[in-house]
Design a binder for this molecule. Structure first.
Ligand code: XMP
Ligand code: MG
Length: 184
């Protein structure tokens, strides 16, 4: 779906399909420089927002890798992080000794990722790094060391390319700012 299909719900196109694709390629080149095929990298996608990033990044990477998924909840259906994280779906993979790269759509308060980072590290992974397409620097509540960040964006609620509001707009090809009338 294109922004034009939901034009009234979006106040501004933040990132076009082309910009996203360019950034994913850039991130992939940086990741390739840091790992080899022998590292047996495990990409861990965070459901459901990271589905598009994961699909595009994994295919862009010229690297032997595995993929697994986790689902955590910190948000409910609103637009504010609660800080309370619950595992809804755990990994199917034993990550002991593995080089893990968490793939995320967006870092907002950072609460979800800091919890996830601690959780995965406690399982004895050889390394745990983070790749996030978007980050909202103004919203950060906990500092986390994120190795790969695509774009720093303004503190607005954004949708598209996997990002939803109440499960809608995930299938937008680009990323836009959600109009306040949709959630107020
Ligand atoms: P925290 O605050 O813990 O939140 O870093 C991370 C998760 O919250 C969701 N999130 C958003 N989803 N538009 C969305 O569609 C946004 O602007 C937004 N900000 C945060 C997202 O699922 C992310 O993984
Ligand atoms: Mg998410």
């Amino acid at each position: 779906m294109d922004i034009d299909d939901v034009r009234d719900d979006i106040t501004e196109v933040l990132l076009t399909e082309e910009q996203i694709a360019g950034k994913i390629a850039e991130l992939a080149r940086r990741i390739e420089a840091d790992y080899t095929d022998d590292d047996d990298v495990l990409l861990v996608g965070v459901l459901r927002g990271a589905v598009m990033v994961m699909a595009d990044l994994a295919r862009e990477l010229r690297l032997q890798l595995n993929m697994d998924w986790m689902a955590v909840s910190s948000y409910g259906s609103g637009t504010q992080s609660s800080g309370v994280v619950r595992i809804l779906k755990d990994l199917d993979t034993d990550i002991t000794g593995r080089k893990v790269l968490i793939v995320e759509d967006i870092i907002d308060s950072g609460l979800t990722l800091s919890w996830l980072l601690a959780n995965l590290r406690s399982r004895g992974a050889a390394s745990v790094e983070i790749c996030a397409l978007l980050r909202k620097p103004e919203a950060v509540k906990v500092e986390i060391d994120v190795r790969y960040v695509g774009y720093d964006i303004p503190n607005a609620f954004v949708v598209g390319y996997g990002l939803d509001y109440a499960e809608r707009y995930r299938n937008l090809k680009s990323i836009g700012v959600l109009a306040p009338h949709v959630y107020s």
